[in-house]
Design a protein around this ligand. Structure first.
Ligand SMILES: NC(=O)c1ccc[n+]([C@@H]2O[C@H](COP(=O)([O-])OP(=O)(O)OC[C@H]3O[C@@H](n4cnc5c(N)ncnc54)[C@H](O)[C@@H]3O)[C@@H](O)[C@H]2O)c1
Ligand SMILES: O=P(O)(O)OC[C@H](O)CO
Length: 345
């Protein structure tokens, strides 16, 4: 049993986004007894969730509790809530939350569970939400992240995540709301570090998939994860993150999961590219999001703008957008100038 403050039990919650992660988290909360208003984008998905109590498109095989209420009314889902959870793909977060931002009450806690960096602004999701939700400050904002495949959380596989907020009280509140005996929640204060770890690992996971698609070995994958973490940390430091964040769940934890787990969409797309398939064909077949594809563009431009050395991430950008051959990319990475391993800081 997780001990919660009695006041937590009556928390009114709205969830925006019913992809695999939005549905898994909404169901997790519903299974704990919270009444959930859940905004579902597609009419047919919403209808199926209402009638069959299943989201067959994004999270098949998981029965939805009766206290999870699918809705197409975005304003109604977010208004009058103690907590609003935003779980849209990062490229539609701005447009979605711009629509309903004014309906969110001034004291509502807003939690982002999306992972990505906007292409146009280079903002992480906390930055986007702060721009589009009137009056939202970092005091009412939190980020839920860490190694967590939706399908495993839905099966109640023991999972450990972290909640980042600039306000420790907000982090502690969100921690209490989400924690279950199979979903352990830590807190940290470094929001930008947590979001960068969560976002850039998707680019490195594409690289890990490419390595597997090329049929390379475990040595290569371990090297990739290690050097990928160096790149994530470098970008993080350049953007004001705390270095220790990257040794935690939002950093190395999520990086290991996504680089090694067959359930990862980012890893899968990388693997197919390694096997010779083209990005545009893969995207045309996918109804889910592989955030690393868009984030690779943001990271490429950010790293150049900030002068941060990120050779793996830059190679993935060229592979995705300039048709760089995977074997050539690997050869270029392996034959870079020889150097000392660790950065000064
Ligand atoms: N799936 C996971 O295991 C997992 C785990 C942790 C974090 N995340 C993150 O959660 C976020 C959401 O991913 P997901 O896996 O739930 O999504 P998904 O890939 O399963 O589904 C896509 C979602 O996008 C929505 N969508 C498509 N077009 C839209 C539009 N124009 N406006 C609004 N919504 C639209 C769909 O309704 C659906 O909810 C991503 O940032 C992802 O990285 C996912
Ligand atoms: O399936 P992916 O690659 O989007 O990864 C899902 C989560 O981010 C893992 O923590």
């Amino acid at each position: 049993m997780i001990m919660r403050d009695a006041s937590i039990e009556t928390t009114a919650i709205g969830v925006v986004g019913a992809g695999s992660w939005g549905t898994a988290l909404a169901q997790l909360l519903a299974s704990q007894g919270f009444s959930i208003d859940h905004w579902v984008y597609e009419d047919e998905v919403r209808e199926q969730m209402r009638t069959d109590r299943e989201n067959g498109r994004f999270l098949p095989g998981v029965r939805l509790s009766d206290n999870l209420h699918p809705s197409g009314d975005l304003d109604a889902v977010v208004s009058g809530k103690d907590l609003v959870l935003v779980v849209t793909p990062s490229h539609v977060t701005r447009q979605t939350m711009q629509r309903c931002g004014p309906a969110i009450d001034a004291d509502t806690i807003v939690v982002s569970a999306s992972k990505g960096i906007e292409n146009q602004t280079h903002l992480t999701m906390s930055g986007v939400l702060t721009e589009v939700i009137p009056g939202l400050t970092d005091q009412r904002l939190a980020v839920l992240t860490g190694p967590s495949f939706a399908r495993e959380v839905a099966r109640q596989v023991p999972t450990v995540v972290t909640v980042a907020s600039g306000n420790p009280d907000t982090a502690a509140y969100v921690q209490q709301v989400f924690a279950t005996p199979y979903f352990r929640v830590y807190t940290i204060e470094d929001v930008i570090g947590a979001e960068l770890g969560a976002s850039v690992k998707n680019v490195i996971a594409i690289a890990a998939g490419v390595i597997d698609g090329l049929g390379l070995g475990l040595n290569t994958r371990a090297a990739l994860i290690t050097r990928g973490l160096v790149e994530i940390r470098r970008l993080g430091l350049a953007m004001g993150a705390q270095p220790r964040t990257f040794t935690g769940l939002a950093g190395v934890g999520d990086l290991i999961l996504t680089c090694t787990g067959d359930l990862s969409r980012n890893h899968t797309i990388g693997k197919q590219i390694g096997q010779g398939r083209k990005l545009k064909d893969l995207l045309a077949e996918m109804h889910m999001v592989a955030e690393g594809v868009k984030t690779a563009r943001s990271v490429y431009n950010l790293s150049r703008k900030l002068g941060v050395e990120m050779p793996i991430s830059q190679a993935i950008y060229h592979l995705l957008y300039d048709d760089l051959d995977p074997k050539t990319a690997l050869h270029q990475l392996m034959t870079r100038d020889l150097k000392q391993e660790l950065d000064e800081i």
